[in-house]
Every structure is written in structure tokens, then in C-alpha cells.
Design a protein around this ligand. Structure first.
Ligand code: SF4
Length: 606
């Protein structure tokens, strides 16, 4: 098992606002830290100002004109909203597809200290980091806990060694059929973990850069059993399928679909095997004997003889990428980023103060929506620091299908910090509703209303109130346009304030580690997102992990799904591969059904 970069221990350090522009250890007038985020709170036109006033854009979903003076049902006048409304400079734009493009898609990497930076300058050595552009949506985070075990398992399975052990690793979630993450080590994308819906397991694939690691000492010895040797090719090999006759060495133990390392003359790279080792030797033998008998090979035989696909190959010397000897801890990473994260925290606190101190908001009760997850944890801590003279209550909407760890953490965190806590429970409503209608799906989430909205509508007795919320724009397309403040059209009287909407996951985690906040243990146990344990909106990878963490909960749900499948007339495989999570299957699942030969037609009544 890997040793992870040690996390900081909890402390009760206080975090209070210093004078304007001043931070702990930083005198007023000192140059403000430069952010990696091009459109974050400090630089965008919709940031809250450092004097506590707010010039954020407000998304008025009630549909009235801002200048009409009309009173809205929740107590906010259009005039009030207009005062706040200033056109926001968005740091995202629509790409050619339906996908949002975020401009804050980079971080820096300090080569001296070998660690990531959210701003250009390293707070430890003072040098400027190299800019690292991230794949969209660039909501990058640290690998932690189980992530290290997962990476180690797959590297050992494939290459019999783990060059990434004990390193600070970043995981960057990218689009894919299911959970897919780029792995960043030493400031380079070295590979990708992709959950394969066919085999219901993760698959590791190196990048060309990452593949170099396995050709270098000391890892080349262990990974030798994964190296396929190809004879000198007359044409380019990149992206090409390679037939058996070009292959000089093919180690035993390779399975179809697995990643292999490739050597061809002075070229090195990686590819995917189309065949098991045994198949390669059988095809080679059959074709050679056919060839010696002067027979003509059929197209089918030639196709069958395509043994692997070269994904990427280069003449670069593999030693051009050697891992650094520097192995920083999480404490080092926090120290290197401290000025930036402090400034981000201060900015978010100013957003909170600016919003709650608006004339119309001064008398309204303040709630912090606390889900037990990392984002709302940060907002709760920011609120505790920002609202010293303004009472607030942490509200936990217990859906009745939350992970036990989440419920326990939400309660114990608030109790240990003397934070007023209100738990609003949906009780058994989920299971009762399930008796009269089909389970919720990604495209029909009745659970949100039954398990969350019904409770939240009791908040503040429906009277005007403020709710601090940890939603972030980079979490999803749906959240990509959230403004700093927003009337919640679904909850009577609620004005939401989103103080960390521009933060990315890496900033959230840096804040948590800097503040030494305890956090939900599920994050160290393989879950990136904390929601309900059977959530249809979760990745299949997360569902599979849930089965390992809580087999007793999984049993209950699988019993339901098995009975449902019988009534719906679908197979066990339909349930097993996660088709139940949709009412209308998307193209990727229809394709998967074809590949797995799964009948997706349900009975008429479904
Ligand atoms: S987290 Fe998932 S299961 Fe829970 S209410 Fe939301 S969509 Fe439904």
C-alpha cells in the first residue's frame, strides 16, 4: 500500500479578516498574489470587493424587469436586485459543441519544490512555476486515500512497479463514458484512469510522456514483461494496427485490451493489445505454416493477425522524463500556496459579508446549506469567520438515503464547533415513494423533490432568508452559470449566495488542508462526490465503490433493482452494467448494449 503525502492534523487556529488588503504575514500594500484563475473572484468583473461591498451579478429567475420596482414574492424588489446587478465578465465560453469551456484551465508547477501552485509564484522557494494547461473542465483535485491504492493496483497489475508512489498526484476529471481522470505527476499528465462499463473496472492507460517512466531505471526491469518489440516499420506507426508478422517479441501474460509498452528500433511508446499472448502465438504459428504452404491468406486471417494498436510512439529519449527526487508533503503544498488560498478565502468572506449586510438582507435569518461534503464545509468555515456578529445556522437536509458517514460527519462537525445545527429529514419518504413509482433516474430525478426540496421549503417558514451555498461553476454544465447571488425559484423566500462559485476542487482542498478542517471520510475512501449512496446521477464507478464500502446498503438497493428488472422485463446484465440509471438511454449506453448483447427493450408498461 502506498504511503500518501501526509495530511495536516486538525487545529483550532482562528481565521479572521485583517485590515484591507492585509493578510497574516503580509503587510498592507504588498503586491497581491497573482492567480492562475483568469476569471476567479479576484479578477472577474463580478467579484465582491475587498471593502466588503458587493458588485455581483444577480440572476433573477423570477422574470421581472430589474427597474420596475415590482416586489417579488420572496420579498426582493426588482430595484434591489438591479442595484446589485452588474454585467458579469464570465470566465467561460461555449465551445463549438454543447460543452462549456472554462478559461481558468491551468495551474502552475514549481519545478524547484516539485509541487502544484494555484498562482504563479511558489510561496516556499519564491520561484515562478511552469504553466500547466489542464483538460476541460479543469476541476482538478488532489489524489487522496483510496485513489493511491487504485493507481497502485493498476500500475502493479500492468507494469509490476509503481513510479507514482508517495508523490503528490493531481486527478483531473475529464469527459468519458463514466468516471475518467487524468493523472498528473511532477507537473505532467502521465496517464489516465478510465472506468470501463464493459468490464466494470478501471483501466489505466499511460500518456506517451508517462510511458517513458517505464523505460527508465529503476522501473524498466519490472516493466520488461510488458514490452512488445516491433521490427523496424517502413511507415509511421502512430495510431496504426500492427500485424503479427511485424512483431518480434510478445511477452506472455498479456491480455486482450490491455496496455502494452512498445519498442521499435529507437522508438518507444505504448499501445493496446488486440490479442491475448496465447492468441498471438497461435496466429503467428497458423499464418507461418499457411505461408510456408504457399496458400493465400484471406482478409479475415489478415485482420485476425492484427495484434495490437500503436497509440503513440516517439523517437524522444525516454530519459527526457525522469521523476524528481523531491517528494513534497501536503504540508509543503499548502505552504507553497498559502498566500493565494488566504486571499481567495478573504475574497469569499467579503462576498458573504457584502451580501448579508445589504440593506434588505440585514434582518433576514442566515443559513448555511451544509451537505457534509467538501464545498459546503468550506463555506461553513468561511461563514464562521465572516459572520462573527451575525448568527447563522447550518442546515443539513438528511435525504434518508445519505451515506451514514455523511450524516455522522455533518452532525459531529457542527457539534464540535458549537455551530447551531438544524437537520431537516425526509425520513422514509424515498422508500415510500419507491412503492408507488419507478426509481429515480438521471433523466427523472424525483428524489430531489422528495428528499431535498420538500424539506428545504420548510426552511425559515417560507419567509425571506439567506442561504450560503457551496455550489461551484466547474462542477457541472448545469452549474456553469451560477452568479454570486441567485433567487432560488424552488424554495420559497430563499436567496442563495455562492461565495466559492469560482473555486476549483484544488482550491477547496487547499483551503481545507490549510485550515486543518476535518472532512468527510468518504473522500479518502474513493468517492469524489458525496451524494446519496444509490444516486442514479453518480458514476457507475462510484456505485461500484459504494458496493464495496457499504455492502448492506448495496444489498437493499440490488434487491429492489432485481425485482424491478423482473417486472420491467430486462436482464440481470441490464442492472449490473448500470442501464437502470436512465429512463431514456443515451447513445453511449445503446452502443454498450449492442456490444454486450443486452436487450434494452422494457415491457410495455415501463
Ligand atoms: S443526490 Fe442523487 S439520489 Fe440524492 S436527491 Fe440528488 S439526484 Fe437524488
Amino acid at each position: 500500500m502506498s504511503r500518501r503525502p501526509p495530511m495536516q492534523k486538525n487545529s483550532k487556529d482562528n481565521y479572521r479578516v485583517k485590515g484591507r488588503g492585509e493578510q497574516k504575514g503580509q503587510k498592507a500594500g504588498k503586491e497581491a498574489p497573482k492567480y492562475a484563475k483568469s476569471g476567479g473572484n479576484n479578477q472577474s468583473g463580478n467579484s465582491s470587493r475587498s471593502d466588503g461591498s458587493n458588485k455581483s451579478g444577480v440572476n433573477n429567475k423570477s422574470g421581472g424587469s430589474h427597474s420596475s420596482g415590482k416586489k417579488y414574492t420572496d420579498g426582493y424588489s426588482a430595484k434591489d436586485l438591479g442595484k446589485l446587478s452588474e454585467s458579469s465578465k464570465k470566465d467561460f465560453k461555449k465551445g463549438g459543441s454543447n460543452r462549456v469551456h472554462y478559461d481558468n484551465d491551468f495551474i502552475f508547477w514549481c519545478r524547484e519544490c516539485n509541487l502544484p501552485l494555484i498562482g504563479e509564484k511558489c510561496g516556499v522557494c519564491g520561484s515562478n512555476g511552469d504553466k500547466i494547461t489542464l483538460s476541460q473542465p479543469a476541476d482538478v483535485r488532489f489524489a487522496q486515500g483510496y485513489d493511491y491504492d487504485l493507481i497502485e493496483k493498476h500500475l502493479l497489475d500492468l507494469f509490476s512497479c509503481n513510479p507514482l508512489k508517495n508523490r503528490v498526484l493531481l486527478l483531473n476529471k475529464i469527459p468519458g463514458d463514466d468516471q475518467t481522470m487524468e493523472i498528473i505527476a511532477d507537473g505532467r499528465v502521465v496517464g489516465m484512469l478510465r472506468f470501463d462499463l464493459k468490464i466494470l473496472d478501471f483501466v489505466f492507460e499511460p500518456t506517451l510522456e508517462g510511458s517513458k517512466l517505464f523505460f527508465n531505471e529503476p522501473y524498466n526491469f519490472a516493466s520488461a514483461e510488458r514490452v512488445v518489440k516491433i521490427g523496424k516499420a517502413k511507415a509511421h506507426l502512430n495510431g496504426k494496427n500492427v500485424t503479427y508478422d511485424l512483431i518480434e517479441e510478445f511477452p506472455s501474460g498479456i491480455k486482450k485490451g490491455e496496455t502494452v509498452l512498445i519498442v521499435s528500433g529507437n522508438l518507444t511508446g505504448y499501445g493496446i493489445s488486440h490479442a491475448d499472448s496465447e492468441d498471438f502465438y497461435r496466429v503467428k504459428k497458423e499464418n507461418e505454416s499457411a505461408s510456408s504452404a504457399m496458400s493465400t491468406k484471406s482478409d479475415a486471417e489478415i485482420k485476425a493477425a492484427q495484434i495490437l494498436k500503436v497509440k503513440s510512439i516517439t523517437s524522444d529519449d525516454p530519459s527526457s522524463f525522469a521523476l524528481s527526487d523531491k517528494m513534497p508533503t501536503m504540508d509543503d503544498v499548502v505552504a507553497a500556496n498559502k498566500d493565494y488560498i488566504k486571499a481567495l478565502g478573504k475574497d469569499a468572506m467579503n462576498t458573504i459579508k457584502g451580501a448579508v449586510n445589504l440593506k434588505d438582507n440585514k434582518e433576514k435569518p442566515v443559513f448555511v446549506s451544509f451537505s457534509g461534503g467538501k464545498d459546503s464545509l468550506v463555506v461553513l468555515d468561511l461563514a464562521a469567520s465572516a459572520l462573527v456578529h451575525r448568527p447563522f445556522t447550518a442546515v443539513f437536509l438528511n435525504t434518508g438515503i445519505d451515506y451514514p458517514e455523511t450524516v455522522e460527519f455533518a452532525r459531529s462537525y457542527c457539534e464540535s464547533r458549537n455551530i447551531p445545527f438544524e437537520e431537516m429529514s425526509a425520513g422514509d419518504d424515498f422508500w415510500k415513494t419507491l412503492k408507488v413509482q419507478n426509481h429515480p433516474t438521471k433523466d427523472s430525478r424525483w428524489c430531489c423533490k422528495v428528499c431535498k426540496l420538500n424539506s428545504s421549503n420548510r426552511l425559515g417558514d417560507g419567509k425571506p432568508h439567506l442561504s450560503l451555498d457551496g455550489k461551484r461553476r466547474q462542477e457541472s454544465f448545469m452549474r456553469s452559470k451560477i452568479p454570486t447571488m441567485d433567487i432560488n425559484p424552488n424554495v420559497e423566500g430563499q436567496l442563495n449566495i455562492f461565495p466559492i462559485r469560482d473555486w476549483r476542487a484544488i482550491e477547496v482542498w487547499l483551503y481545507i488542508h490549510w485550515r486543518k478542517l476535518p472532512y468527510n471520510s468518504l473522500y479518502d475512501n474513493g468517492l469524489e462526490r458525496i451524494g446519496c449512496w444509490m444516486c442514479p446521477a453518480a458514476f457507475q464507478a462510484e456505485y461500484e465503490r459504494m458496493k464495496e464500502i457499504h455492502p448492506e446498503l448495496a444489498d437493499r438497493w440490488e434487491t429492489y433493482l432485481t425485482n424491478w428488472a423482473k417486472k420491467a422485463g430486462v436482464s440481470d446484465a441490464y442492472v449490473k452494467h448500470g442501464f437502470w440509471r436512465w429512463e431514456q438511454l443515451p447513445p453511449k449506453m445503446i452502443k454498450l448494449a449492442e456490444e454486450l448483447n443486452i436487450d434494452i427493450e422494457k415491457n410495455e408498461s415501463f
